[in-house]
Design a binder for this molecule. Sequence first.
Ligand code: ADP
Ligand code: ZN
Length: 496
Amino acid sequence: MEYLSAFWTGVTHALAAFLQNLGVVLILLLIAVMVMVLRTMPRPSSRRLKPDAKSHVTWDQVAGLDEAKDELAEVVEFLRDPARFAKLGARVPKGVLLYGPPGTGKTLLAKAVAGESGSAFFSVSASSFVEMYSGVGASRIRALFKAARKHAPAIIFIDELDAVGQVRAASGMNREQDQTLNQLLVELDGFETKHDVILIASTNRVDALDPALLRPGRFDRQAFVPPPDLAARIAILKVHTRVKPLAPDVDLSIVARSTAGLSGADLENICNEAAIRAARDRRKTISALDFDDALERVLAGLQTGRTMSDPEKLSVAYHEAGHALLAHLVSRLSTVHKVTIIPRGGALGYNLVLPTAERVLARRDDLISDLIMILGGRAAEQVALGTISNGAAGDLQKVTEIARAMVFDWGMGESVTTRTVSADNFGLSEETKRLRDSEQTKLCDEAYDEAVRLISAHREALDRLAERLLERETLDREDILTILHDVTSAQVTPSS
Ligand code: ADP
Ligand code: ZN
């Protein structure tokens, strides 16, 4: 018994010692693992954040984009000589937001501001802030601004701002993203312009940004960076062939003509591919054939549908010309500021129609003018080309909504004029419903007939507009007025 118990105590002691050692080993292991994890975690430290090598981009390397350049020229002035502005008590912008489709030169513009003003350039992608470790995004922002202040004058460029600046969804906004956004707002509000630090951010989708970012005193300057039109594409091609020896048969305006819908980045890519092809064949100059080949290669690599074939362009040109002509003819309240056949977003072309005055009340005749104008695209296709396309889907939807509201909600039908007959009106008889639907149909059909009539009556003006559009791709208000100088407003046949 004695012996046994002694034996057992010995065993227990040994076991205890072993377990103790094991515990120590385990704890050591745990510490080692933690250290390893911490080391792989990005450690934000302003000491380690260095500006990119000095930017050598200058204004003349940025082609087109005059509006954005104007907006940014002031920022350059300020960074060159902040004292001049401070003496006059001027408040200079802290943040500039550049928005537009990818590859149109937003990063390039930010670099040019740094290059022209001799500022340090800090560039980050907002998506890199959105990390899985809590708090890292926020502390990165803090470190970034601290480093920039140390290297002032400085530009901080944040790409894809929407990654942190997205509208906070009521339900599932990621907390980390939220903290990061808050820190960005704190920095924007906190930093004084005396630090000579300016934030430039870029996004493809300004509508997705949290409105808090757009409040005054934050991104108080905004510039649209549009896809390049024909003139801009020629300029971009010139910039990117500046140091490339071209054969005499190369005509950059022809290359530009066949690249509607492509971005500056795509064009740079084409120039580069053409040069590579010539070098591969050990030639001394780049030929027109090299450009043809490069164009095909780049286009094939892009998603389909971004550039249009010639018949498609013709159809879009007539469609947009139809809208513009009818706006000119029937619209009392709005004018066309710009019409273009450069594809953008989901649209193959568009008319920028702006109201001439704030419209609060809508009159029946004005709504009918709107219907006619919106159907003008399809009517022009029908009249000029003898066939219609599915390019009018968006227009038809708009027309349906307007006509529906006119009859259902506003008593603007022909016999339904003193009550609403909307869909949630459960007391409607089948007969009223039928009447309501036929009135809606009648409004749309009559507007379309009127659109066709007007277009046919001004066929020659329509051809002129479409031709100029095909040639120049974008027409502004002045151009439209010049082309339509002999066309005066028409009297709309009222539909009742
Ligand atoms: P974004 O930031 O708008 O996505 P980038 O500025 O990164 O586009 O453009 C990518 C490249 O495309 C640029 O480095 C430049 O070579 C070329 N590029 C784009 N737009 C232009 C332009 N307007 N003028 C000259 N080059 C351009
Ligand atoms: Zn249309």
